[in-house]
Design a protein around this ligand. Sequence first.
Ligand SMILES: Cc1cc2nc3c(=O)[nH]c(=O)nc-3n(C[C@H](O)[C@H](O)[C@H](O)COP(=O)(O)O)c2cc1C
Length: 213
Amino acid sequence: MNIIDSLNWRYATTKFDTQRIISDSDIDKLKEIVKLAPSSWGMQFYKIIIIKDNELKQKLLPAAYNQNQVADCSHLFVFCSLKKVFEEDINQMIDEFHRLRVNDDNYSKEGTDKYASGAKKSILGMEPKKQSEWLKKQCYIALGQLMVGCADMRIDSCPMEGFKSDEVDEILDLQSQNLTSVVLLPSGYRSEDDKYQHKTKVRKPNNLLFEDK
Ligand SMILES: Cc1cc2nc3c(=O)[nH]c(=O)nc-3n(C[C@H](O)[C@H](O)[C@H](O)COP(=O)(O)O)c2cc1C
């Protein structure tokens, strides 16, 4: 399938068909798609909570200003960033670098350890507010990749920032995991009567959006 066709097919779905559920095998594919998203330093300092349970989705509805997508979707992806990075978080990922690359032709333990020192200096040295913003940005990269992946599989979704993060954190008990909710992606299948699917896409004209030099 042509990627441009997929992107034109996609729209921010406001009404999901509550009867249609994404299959477990498609959820596995979506996990793989989002897992392959790039991140700064390759550290993926986030967790993605995937909620299928209707009761829990319903509980989150008021925290999302009663935007029905949250309750009516098949699966709700909740992108959560770390609240703060600890040295152990970096060590845990560096262990993965060693484990997964140890058999690479050009693997070097010293090189990887040097990389870890650089990462620690940069990440742990960040001023807390800057670090928190940086952590949240990583979630958006993963979000974008997942949305495109969904569209390519003809799965609908709706990116959502319209929710009260503190309430979602409380309901999902994120604080205890050093996590905070950043952005939501309800996913599933559009309802036939979601009028938004028929709206023409509005995007900036190329001369304003791009500058060719
Ligand atoms: C980061 C982000 C947050 C958004 N938050 C919401 C939201 O809370 N509720 C909603 O209905 N749409 C939300 N949207 C959807 C946008 O309104 C929509 O993507 C935009 O109008 C373009 O339309 P399209 O996605 O259908 O092409 C959000 C989109 C993005 C990228």
